[in-house]
Design a binder for this molecule. Structure first.
Ligand SMILES: *Cc1c(COP(=O)(O)O)cnc(C)c1O
Length: 423
């Protein structure tokens, strides 16, 4: 089936007389007839549900849809995008291990890696995503276990050359994990360019209506863990907490996802509520229509903004003179990467604040990538403790406005921008 059909009909397949919409299995536990049946579930010998902290049928039906959209073999939903990033790394790394990551990633992910995971003994080397292959190769160490990047970075808008990063990872014998939140699989499918694992904050376009916080991990099934049994001992060697079961022997291409479920979900417990999975699925049913409209409107508005005298600069990879435009042409379906851009107002921090306060249709919220157009001013919000000088060092101009183009009529959005510029 084509991807638009998968958005609507992927995952849940109702049989005769069953509900058309995926049912919400709001149950912590599941009933069995014999002691042996339950014992087999605990040993991972038989498939089935027993406790929702590990797995839940509603969540699994929605995960199946996202796996199909990305072209993967399996997926697991998590309670947030942060939990998806955390699990994708912890499924491969122990204390003493090392990860190579793009320096252009979501601020929350950067903090997770540079501060929290460092405290757990996992070290990260951050590399400029545009660095030449030779420089990227130098970041690897004998204890490197994986590579992490973001297809379109939030908020910098940098586009990852997935093929270049996948090649560097594979030459070092490790997988590439890609955060594909901003384009969604409708506009870019990282597995087609060599990424091995994809994660998302489903909080953003996938949900698309600001109605739930969630995440997902998808495995392509392409990385052969058994080629490096010592490096990926957690997947290949016997797991003592499952009577010596080897995930790769028992589950083949599903090893990564089964381990994330049976080991990480069991121990760390970041499962989403089945009700949130239901809301996510409602969003997915129209993702293909929404994301294309977001991207199309963003391109139209970026071109308009650029022509305004009071606008200092516009950064959007869909503009033909963006240095990322060739990568957009190569890796994306369509001419525009997503609905999010950044721009600055002439007059710096003060002018940007004045402009934002004058907006009427576009909202001021700490969010991106949903139906409602919104703006955020990092110098006043997420990075408000920094001086103008420190902001510059962090690569965030004091006038930078992050702008997420919603699903309103683009002419109404332009009219709002225009009246705010004039005031
Ligand atoms: C929001 C976001 C995250 C974190 O997701 P949450 O669902 O807020 O935990 C991760 N990556 C990107 C690109 C994001 O935009």
């Amino acid at each position: 089936m084509k991807i638009d059909t998968l958005c609507v009909q992927g995952g849940w397949k109702p049989k005769r007389g069953e509900p058309r919409q995926v049912p919400i299995y709001s149950s912590t536990t599941f009933k069995y007839e014999t002691t042996q049946q339950m014992a087999d579930l605990f040993d991972l010998k038989a498939p089935g549900y027993f406790y929702t902290r590990l797995a839940n049928p509603t969540n699994d039906e929605v995960a199946k849809k996202i796996a199909a959209l990305e072209g993967g073999v399996g997926a697991i939903l998590t309670s947030s995008g942060q939990a998806a990033s955390t699990f994708s790394v912890l499924n491969l790394c122990n204390a003493g291990d090392h990860v190579v990551a793009s320096s252009q990633i979501y601020g929350g992910t950067f903090n997770l890696f540079a501060v929290s995971m460092k405290k757990l003994g996992i070290e990260f080397t951050f590399v400029d995503p545009d660095a030449p292959a030779e420089e990227l190769a130098k970041a690897f160490r004998p204890n490197t276990k994986c590579v992490f990047g973001e297809t379109v970075a939030n908020p910098s808008g940098c586009v990852l050359d997935i093929e270049k990063w996948a090649k560097a990872a594979h030459e070092a014998g490790v997988p590439l994990i890609v955060d594909n939140t901003f384009p969604t699989p409708i506009l870019c499918r990282p597995f087609e360019f060599g990424a091995d694992i994809v994660i998302h904050s489903t909080t953003k376009y996938m949900d698309g209506h600001s109605s739930q916080v969630g995440g997902v991990i998808v495995d392509s099934g392409n990385f052969d863990w058994t080629r490096y049994p010592e490096r990926f001992a957690g997947l290949v060697e016997p797991d003592a907490s499952y009577h010596g079961l080897s995930y790769t022997k028992a589950f083949g291409k599903m090893a990564f996802i089964v381990k994330a479920t049976a080991h990480l979900m069991r121990d760390f417990g970041s499962i989403p509520s089945p009700f949130n999975a239901f809301l996510l699925n409602l969003g997915l049913e129209s993702l293909h229509l929404r994301i294309r409209r977001h991207a199309e409107s963003a391109l139209k508005i970026a071109k308009w903004l650029r022509k305004q005298d009071k606008v200092a600069w516009v950064n959007y990879a869909g503009l033909e003179d963006s240095k990322y435009y060739p990568l957009v042409k190569k890796q994306f379906h369509g001419d525009a990467p997503c609905g999010v851009m950044t721009f600055g107002i002439k007059g710096g921090r003060e002018a940007s604040i004045k402009f934002m306060d004058a907006l009427k249709v576009i909202g001021i919220v700490t969010h991106v990538a949903d139906a409602w157009s919104c703006v955020l001013h990092p110098a006043s919000h997420t990075h408000r403790q920094l001086t103008d000088e420190q902001l510059k060092e962090a690569g965030i101009p004091p006038d930078l406005i992050r702008f997420s183009v919603g699903l309103e009529d683009p002419d109404d959005i332009i009219a709002d921008l225009e009246q705010a510029l004039n005031s």
